[in-house]
Design a protein around this ligand. Structure first.
Ligand code: ATP
Length: 366
């Protein structure tokens, strides 16, 4: 599967752009702020119906314009997939596959899988647990169409249960039957999500370890572990045990909405003790593991978007990473960088053909 043709209008700093892409490596080179990341984000829209960086669609419309439009033609299984995404100010986002509107955007997720590696991923290490749950949920939902629905259902019951807990605190009385209905729904939905995350993390951790060892050439010992209260006890028991606490806090204090991932280096926290290069290597290994996992479960290769990948990695790690690209492990790859010389030198060294694009202030030239 690959993106053959891409065009967009009024998207971020671009008035208009149109490009034909190579099936292998495409590199976008330009100065800071030229629009390289914006271009990758346009590709992200076509795959996941949203920006990688900013959840507010209207903020992606070029300043002064009142809509944006992104069109892409993909080659998949010998046929074409034509995808279009349009956003007008104050209107619902339009998303079409082969000229037909989607009833639900969730139905598109997983059709054209994609993995992005970006400097913003550092939030997965340094920010709160929500970022790490988002990462797991993103990978699973690209391979399991029911997973997103399950999450939506869980969050709805969780919100209902939390407002009931508030009512209990405000009014001092409540309907115990309603609480037990919510508990039952929360337990059945939460347990299903937990099982999916657990099975996924078992397979994923093994792939991650392999990628990290390859990238770092076995220089460091790192650990990735899934943390969930449901690993200790079943959800129904946990809810019962915590009822008093939940009533005092006026919210559900335990559940899969508190799951987390633990990242360690030599037995210590990656966030506090990892160097910038080690943290970056960790994130790249996480994302490459996502790539391998998606390839294995889908049976074809996702798009790989590498934003500013060479920064802060030593030459050995850059060579290792690019060796993986050259070993034909990857399908279509998009790379951004600020230096034409560096990109050319890296790909010459590993003898891989690359299609080069120059990006200058909202213009792209092949
Ligand atoms: N809605 C918008 N309208 C107009 N310009 C925008 C909009 N959103 C972002 N921009 C502009 O896009 C530019 C940033 O582009 P981008 O992040 O793609 O740069 P880049 O080439 O990846 O740079 P770097 O090398 O620094 O990562 C900024 O100048 C920003 O002001």
């Amino acid at each position: 599967m690959y993106l053959q043709h891409l065009s967009f209008i009024n998207f971020k700093n671009y008035a208009e752009a149109e490009l034909s892409l190579a099936e292998g490596v495409n590199a976008f080179v330009g100065n800071n702020g030229a629009g390289k990341t914006n271009l990758l984000d346009a590709v992200h829209y076509l795959s996941l119906c949203k920006s990688y960086f900013n959840p507010i669609d209207s903020q992606q419309i070029k300043q002064g314009a009142d809509f944006f439009m992104i069109n892409g033609t993909f080659q998949k299984n010998g046929g074409k997939e034509v995808v279009a995404c349009g956003v007008k100010r104050n209107q619902k986002k339009q998303f079409k596959r082969n000229k037909k509107d989607y009833q639900r955007l969730a139905d598109h997720i997983g059709l054209l899988p994609l993995v992005m590696i970006s400097p913003y991923d550092i939030s997965i290490i340094i920010e709160g647990s929500e970022e790490r749950r988002k990462f797991i949920d993103n990978v699973i939902s690209q391979t399991d169409s029911k997973y997103l629905d399950e999450l939506i259902a869980y969050n709805k019951v969780l919100a209902n249960r939390n407002s009931l807990l508030k009512q209990i605190a405000d009014k001092g009385r409540y309907d115990p039957e309603l609480l037990s209905i919510y508990d039952e729904q929360l337990v059945s939905s939460g347990t299903r999500i937990f099982e999916k995350r657990r099975v996924f993390m078992d397979a994923f951790t093994e792939i991650f370890n392999r990628h990290y060892q390859f990238l770092s050439q076995d220089a460091e010992r790192v650990e990735l572990a899934y943390e969930s209260p449901l690993l200790q006890d079943n959800f129904a028991t946990l809810l019962k045990k915590n009822m008093e606490r939940d009533r005092i806090l006026e919210r559900t204090s335990l559940g899969i909405h508190r799951d987390d991932l633990q990242f360690n280096i030599h037995g210590m926290s990656m966030k506090r003790f990892g160097s910038q290069g080690q943290q970056k290597s960790f994130l790249i290994a996480l994302k490459l593991a996502q790539y391998t996992f998606l390839t294995q479960t889908k049976g074809f290769k996702p798009l790989l978007l590498l934003d500013d990948i060479f920064d802060k990695l030593d030459d050995n790690r850059v060579t290792k990473l690019m060796q993986m690209v050259s070993n034909n492990n990857f399908g279509q790859v998009f790379i951004t960088d600020t230096s034409m010389e560096r990109v050319q030198a890296i790909f010459e060294k590993i003898n891989v053909e690359v299609k080069l694009f120059k990006v200058t202030e909202g213009n792209i030239d092949a």
